[in-house]
Design a protein around this ligand. Structure first.
Ligand SMILES: Nc1ncnc2c1ncn2[C@@H]1O[C@H](COP(=O)(O)OP(=O)(O)OP(=O)(O)O)[C@@H](O)[C@H]1O
Ligand SMILES: [Mg+2]
Length: 443
């Protein structure tokens, strides 16, 4: 088969070599023209065939498109038509499911109902309330409470007693202080002037008075003071009542309130202390102006007077020493009250200047060490510690002290109950009357 491109190449070659008028060249050109014509004829035929096919396909396509449109329209119509049907179908399905569930439940209940229950739970005995509670056990708890309470209470009492180092017995005092106990003063003591000489308490002070008189080494030792480690142990009460029993015995006694910082004796006598020892020592008044009498003819009282802060050391002056000498000369006995020995020097000074000192110890109030220190302080300043007075003892409860004061207490307590008898030719005065104090300037 003759190729068109080869023919064109040959023709171009021939045209160059032979020239356009050559017969070969012309023949070849005619062949080429013939070929071109044939090709064009064939292409036209193919194109016509293809066009027919395209038309046929287009027609088919149109018919398909219209079929689709029709189907779509039909489908929408059908969907609308079947909507109630599908809704009803869904509802039917739900109801069927519900029916199945109910059916299953009915079956279960039927099976449960058919099962013989008596074989599972059986009442064998009727429950009855108990006659006594299982817990708490009243008797056991009471018994345990008593036992535990007793053990704890007793242990606590022993423990507290162990911790308490205060003075408790006469032996304690005599062992710790190496000093004799000269008196045991009971509780509830007040002024013996108010209580009267027949008061059961007075006897305790009379025992103290006798012991003081027999314990002193010299007959002329007639000035006495009281000291104590702590405050409020009963110094003022003791010295006051001791002075009263000395005076009631007929001895001329002077009671001096030399506790200048906290004077209290004037309150016991219910008198003023605006002038007194300090006014005399500061030479503002004479002795005669400051000494007062009391309802007991042989007892005189010298109040403290006011204490200017500039004269705090006044007890340590020569005037005081002279005053003590003068008082000792004028009276059979002179009694000096004093402040606690621990805080201020006044008590040490007094203890060093007077003849005799009594250490007052309040039962169970302060630790023993404090009392021992008080005694050492008296000895350090050269004071003569005569002995110890135990104060505020509960004699009715503490049989240990009974023999010190019990006999007299019972004896006088009985006499108190008896009808009032004549006393030294005079009727016994009622307590209220005895309480009235006959106080006036002595001179
Ligand atoms: N034996 C006692 N019975 C009852 N009360 C007492 C007894 N001894 C002291 N008192 C009371 O205790 C308190 C203190 O006593 P008192 O004033 O005699 O102690 P004090 O040692 O002088 O005190 P201060 O250190 O303050 O001078 C007072 O109210 C007193 O009445
Ligand atoms: Mg006092």
């Amino acid at each position: 088969m003759i190729d068109l491109s080869t023919t064109e190449a040959n023709l171009a070659k021939l045209k160059e070599t032979l020239g356009p008028q050559n017969s070969d060249f012309k023949a070849m050109a005619a062949v080429q023209a013939n070929l071109d014509d044939n090709i064009n004829q064939r292409i036209k035929g193919i194109l016509a065939g293809l066009k027919v096919k395209v038309d046929a396909f287009r027609l088919h396509l149109d018919s398909l498109a219209s079929a689709v449109d029709h189907a779509r329209t039909n489908d929408a119509f059908m969907t609308e038509q079947y909507r109630p049907y599908f809704a009803a179908k869904r509802r039917l399905d739900d109801l069927q499911k519900l029916r199945d569930a109910v059916h299953l439940r009915i079956l279960q209940e039927t099976v449960d109902a058919a099962l013989p229950k008596t074989s599972i739970v059986e009442i064998t005995d009727q429950a009855e309330p108990g006659r006594k509670p299982v817990s708490p056990s009243f008797k056991l708890n009471i018994a345990l409470g008593i036992i535990v309470g007793l053990i704890v209470g007793i242990s606590l009492a022993f423990f507290i007693e162990y911790l308490d180092t205060s003075v408790k017995t006469i032996d304690d005092v005599e062992r710790a202080l190496q000093a004799p106990v000269l008196g045991v003063i009971p509780q509830n003591v007040s002024s013996l002037i108010l209580e009267g000489s027949e008061s059961p308490h007075a006897e305790a002070y009379r025992v103290l008075r006798t012991n003081v008189l027999f314990s002193r080494k010299r007959e002329d030792a007639n000035s006495l003071t009281v000291v104590s480690g702590g405050a409020g142990e009963g110094k003022s009460t003791t010295i006051f009542n001791l002075a009263v029993v000395f005076a009631q015995n007929g001895q001329r006694a002077l009671l001096v309130d030399s506790d200048l910082r906290r004077p209290s004796l004037h309150k016991l006598l219910n008198v003023s202390n605006s002038v007194g020892l300090t006014s005399y020592l500061l030479r503002q008044n004479t002795l005669e102006e400051v000494i007062q009498t009391t309802s007991i003819p042989t007892l005189d009282f010298l109040p403290s007077g006011k204490l200017p802060s500039s004269s705090l050391g006044i007890l340590n002056s020569t005037q005081m020493k002279d005053f003590i000498k003068e008082a000792k000369r004028r009276y059979d006995f002179v009694f000096f009250d004093s402040p606690p020995i621990m805080g201020v020097s006044d008590a040490s000074i007094l203890a060093s200047e007077v003849d005799l000192s009594l250490l007052v110890i309040q039962y169970r109030k302060y630790p023993q060490a404090m009392t021992i220190r008080a005694k050492q302080m008296v000895e350090k300043v050269g004071g003569a510690l005569l002995g110890v007075v135990l104060n505020n003892i509960n004699i009715s409860q503490d049989s240990y002290y009974y023999y010190y004061s019990g006999y007299y207490y019972d004896y006088y307590a009985k006499r108190e109950e008896e009808p009032p008898a004549k006393n030294n030719g005079e009727k016994k005065k009622p307590a209220g009357e005895r309480a009235q104090l006959d106080l006036k300037q002595k001179y």
